[in-house]
Ligand binder design. Structure first.
Ligand SMILES: CC(C)(COP(=O)(O)OP(=O)(O)OC[C@H]1O[C@@H](n2cnc3c(N)ncnc32)[C@H](O)[C@@H]1OP(=O)(O)O)[C@@H](O)C(=O)NCCC(=O)NCCS
Length: 144
């Protein structure tokens, strides 16, 4: 199966899992790209261009079983209310159903909330690496 076969399936899985969530009554999940990477925005409506949260997913070139999580963001006024975890679980559920078996992600070492999310969803911290002479990031992976 190629990347282009997997992406429409992945979008479909997102919308299916999103429809089951309580927040789907309040916000719309909009996919703003149809190609790799896929961008998802949580908006007040499908017509709204201002997102209140977003995330991206990329297929790994040459490995259709692996997906990269990136760009997770929750608007400042909505933080610390569980939305980050809700959207993270949505990504895991949708990617699993779409047929991915490995997820990869890098997170800055000092990003407490995102590292907490990775830990609480059972991601494995592979190792730390330098992102500049003074900062480090963690490479996380998870078998889906
Ligand atoms: C990371 C981010 C998406 C989390 O969103 P959120 O909606 O605030 O997350 P949640 O409310 O689900 O909280 C997740 C966990 O982090 C904890 N947390 C949240 N903010 C925190 C903070 N500033 N310091 C320490 N822990 C924090 C929460 O208590 C929760 O832990 P718990 O499960 O033990 O209760 C959000 O902080 C954000 O958009 N940050 C800027 C962008 C970013 O760094 N993205 C990640 C790129 S890899």
């Amino acid at each position: 199966m190629s990347d282009s076969d997997l992406l429409p399936n992945l979008r479909m899985c997102f919308h299916k899992h999103y429809a089951k969530l309580e927040i789907s009554k309040k916000y719309a999940l909009v996919a703003t790209t149809s190609d790799n990477p896929l961008h998802f925005n949580l908006c007040k409506s499908t017509q709204d261009i201002l997102s209140i949260a977003h995330f991206e997913l990329s297929c790994v070139p040459g490995c259709t079983s692996a997906v990269i999580f990136s760009g997770a963001y929750v608007g400042l006024s909505l933080r610390r209310a569980g939305l980050g975890k809700t959207l993270h679980k949505l990504r895991l559920d949708a990617c699993r159903e779409a047929g991915y078996t490995l997820a990869l992600c890098t997170v800055n070492k000092d990003n407490a909330p995102q590292n907490k999310i990775m830990d609480s969803f059972g991601w494995i911290c592979g190792r730390e690496f330098d992102t500049s002479p003074t900062s480090k990031a963690r490479l996380w992976y998870k078998i889906l």
